[in-house]
Design a binder for this molecule. Structure first.
Ligand SMILES: [Mg+2]
Ligand SMILES: [Zn+2]
Length: 184
């Protein structure tokens, strides 16, 4: 049988730290609980993050992986885990196929796992990347109001004006509650 997946953005969705690179990310207090709730319901938890600081030479892969390891350890303390994490290191100028809202990271996940995209979700705080990506791949789009989520609905609404989120959640934990209570 194929899996449902929750594709989850990093900065602004899993934690604070603004739009700096991954090193500034610290989980919100509810993040491990939210991810464990997905784990126990056998919904794949897949991190998807744009880290253009890598292409710019401001963040190395070693630094990225070291921070990711810390975050995974935080989750493990709570009995939670990512099933996979995909990272786009590119800038717009690199013209790659993986920088959200392009679909490369989702395409790779579909090769690595048996996923039913129509029953899957993309959760993020940025309309023009996360919500547009969800529409590009035919998954459900959940906007969280943490991070730049409120701004996405207000001063930046024009940057994704042709896209509607399927659900607007206060935060990641509310988004997960929605997923677990939503029946098709
Ligand atoms: Mg974000
Ligand atoms: Zn890329």
């Amino acid at each position: 049988m194929s899996y449902k997946a929750a594709f989850i953005d990093f900065q602004g969705t899993l934690g604070g730290g603004g739009t700096d690179d991954i090193r500034s990310l610290e989980f919100f207090p509810f993040t491990s609980k939210a991810i464990r709730n997905l784990n126990v319901h056998e919904i794949l938890v897949i991190g998807i993050t744009n880290q253009s600081h890598i292409s710019k030479g401001e963040l190395t892969w070693d630094e990225f992986n070291e921070k990711l390891c810390q975050l995974k350890n935080n989750l493990a303390l709570y009995g939670a885990h990512f099933d996979a994490v995909y990272c786009c290191p590119h800038t717009v100028q690199d013209n790659c196929t993986c920088k959200k809202p392009k679909t490369g990271m989702i395409d790779q996940a579909l090769k690595d796992f048996d996923i039913n995209l129509k029953k899957s979700y993309i959760i993020g705080d940025m309309g023009m990347t996360d919500m547009v990506l969800a529409k590009n791949v035919g998954a459900k789009a959940i906007l969280v109001l943490t991070g730049v989520g409120r701004g996405s609905l207000n001063e930046y609404r024009h940057t994704w004006e042709n896209t509607e989120p399927d659900f607007i959640a206060e935060n990641l934990l509310n988004a997960v509650d929605f997923i677990l209570n939503y029946t098709y």
